[in-house]
Design a protein around this ligand. Structure first.
Ligand SMILES: Cc1cc2nc3c(=O)[nH]c(=O)nc-3n(C[C@H](O)[C@H](O)[C@H](O)COP(=O)(O)OP(=O)(O)OC[C@H]3O[C@@H](n4cnc5c(N)ncnc54)[C@H](O)[C@@H]3O)c2cc1C
Ligand code: SF4
Length: 473
């Protein structure tokens, strides 16, 4: 085994890691950083050609028990490759569920603490959106790009419900920028053919190619070396070879399945390590419309309805974010001349992190996900949203509501190394530093204390920028 010394080792190169590193490098002088990535460097063109974001299949990366699938990309850039570019902020009440509704937990970080970092993350990703959304998510800066064109049903809804229905905010460009083209609503965002969506290749290469950074590819971090409460480095496997790197700070951003697996293999354990893995409960629902044509919007999904999101129901039923799809997700209608009289929706309902849904490791050290079920709170949240559906969309001529079934996964892994103050109930502190190994920072959605219905990656990015500021100030 060879050994090399660094100031910082960053494990993984997805959202959590790259946004941390971007701010950390900007605020540091002559530091030496090792960026250790399990996957390969495969450009978006190669990914499109192979119709795969990763050269590594997920069953090589983790085992699944319980019949539910989980999805992520192992490769340079991590989830920036496969993601579809939805960038909602969380709502202020998402961060204070215990004090507002008496359920779940309050985050040790509040909306106002994150707000400037949300703006910075939106600027880096060149997010398109409509200022009107500040009605429910206060904003100190305008969106970098204007919103996408709404579809006809969206326009009717936005006019009828200006307090709850808004154009999506998204890292799919609404107009050409210096390094991206405008989105053309092709709806294949994991393999965007026109380079409209933010990813590591069009937005983070300055970080990855920074001369202070040594990049290790096809390098699977097996464990974090530590002496008592001090992390001393990592051991990674590259082919049949093992290599050891030493550093003063280790940043763990290997996603919410692999990060806990690394901690478990390293014997850095707290009672909640790996426990509480969750994502939103999601359903596809279609509104059959009388005489309103759809699918004339400017990007793959165009509108959000927040009418079943925040409110008193959250005391006993999860919040639901309703996403309006601008493509024939459930097929065109078959009746003559009525092909586009359809409004496909995705309903995303928050879940509760539950101990029995967890990451462990096999005897051989492979990550293993055990999933029992979504919580009754999430199921009640979906029922609550469905019970309001007619009322929420009463501005449209809805002739039928069809539930197309539960979705296998929302592709969001969260909450397996939660942030909090009590080491018995959480794994990292308010910055992301491990409760016992104090020079080990965890980034990414594993540290979320709760699982709101909104997509996670903008919040991951904002939290990483904030952690880098706090560690360098
Ligand atoms: C199809 C799809 C669509 C999505 N769409 C959206 C969306 O529209 N909006 C949204 O907010 N989110 C979306 N997501 C989710 C988003 O991708 C994740 O929330 C995000 O990537 C999580 O960030 P992270 O930093 O926690 O992990 P990741 O971005 O997954 O980064 C983890 C990194 O660690 C590396 N790694 C893993 N294990 C090891 C190891 N042992 N050693 C070294 N490196 C390792 C991985 O290769 C990867 O580079 C989508 C996901 C998928 C799959
Ligand atoms: S909708 Fe099309 S153009 Fe827009 S980001 Fe997705 S694939 Fe790219």
């Amino acid at each position: 085994m060879t050994q090399r010394d660094y100031d910082v080792i960053v494990v993984g190169s997805g959202f959590g890691s790259l946004f941390f590193l971007k701010r950390f490098l900007a605020r540091s002088g002559n530091v030496r950083v090792a960026l250790v990535e399990w996957g390969a460097d495969r450009s978006p063109d190669e990914q499109t050609r192979d119709n795969s974001n990763s050269s590594r299949s997920l069953d090589q990366c983790h085992d699944e028990v319980g019949g539910k699938s989980w999805d992520y990309t192992v490769g340079l850039g991590g989830g920036t490759n496969c993601w579809w570019g939805q960038t909602p902020r969380f709502l202020p009440n998402d961060f204070r569920m215990r004090s507002t509704y008496g359920v779940l937990e309050d985050w040790p970080v509040q909306y106002d603490d994150l707000e400037p970092y949300y703006c910075d993350a939106e600027a880096i990703m060149q997010v398109a959106g409509a200022q009107a959304i500040e009605h429910i998510m206060p904003r100190s800066q305008p969106f970098p790009l204007p919103p996408h064109r709404l579809s006809t049903p969206d326009r009717i809804m936005a006019e009828a419900c200006p307090e709850a229905f808004f154009p999506v905010s998204t890292a799919r460009a609404s107009q050409a920028t210096a390094n991206r083209n405008a989105c053309c609503a092709r709806v294949a965002c994991s393999f965007c053919p026109v380079n409209a969506k933010f990813n590591a290749y069009n937005g983070m290469m300055d970080v990855i190619r920074d001369p202070r950074v040594d990049l290790f590819l096809n390098a699977e971090v097996r464990r974090i070396e530590h002496r008592g409460s001090v992390a001393t480095g990592v051991v990674f496997r590259q082919g049949t070879r093992e290599e050891q790197l030493k550093a003063d700070l280790v940043v763990l951003g290997a996603n919410a399945i692999q990060s806990p697996a690394i901690l478990l293999r390293s014997d850095i354990q707290l009672p909640k390590t790996g426990r509480g893995l969750c994502e939103q409960l999601a359903y596809g629902v279609e509104l059959k419309l009388e005489n309103v044509d759809n699918f004339d919007g400017g990007t793959y999904t165009t509108g959000w309805h927040f009418g079943a999101y925040d409110g008193e129901h959250r005391k006993h039923a999860g919040a639901t974010l309703i996403q309006v799809e601008n493509h024939a997700k459930f097929g065109l209608r078959s009746e003559y001349g009525r092909w586009r009289h359809s409004l496909p929706l995705i309903l995303n309902t928050e879940d509760i992190p539950q101990d029995q849904n967890r990451v462990t490791v096999t005897e051989a050290g492979k990550a293993r996900v055990e999933f029992d079920d979504y919580s009754n709170y999430a199921k009640a949240g979906f029922e609550h949203a469905m019970s309001k559906m007619e009322q929420l969309f009463s501005a449209l001529p809805v002739e039928d509501i069809v539930v197309h079934g539960q979705r296998e996964t929302e592709h969001h892994l969260e909450c397996s190394l939660r942030m909090g103050t009590d080491p018995k109930a959480s794994v990292v502190d308010h910055i992301g530093l491990h409760h016992t190994v104090r020079n080990l920072l965890v980034v990414g959605s594993s540290v979320f204390p709760t699982c709101p219905p909104a997509n996670p990656s903008l919040t991951i990015a904002a939290m990483s920028l904030r952690a880098a500021d706090q560690l360098t100030s």
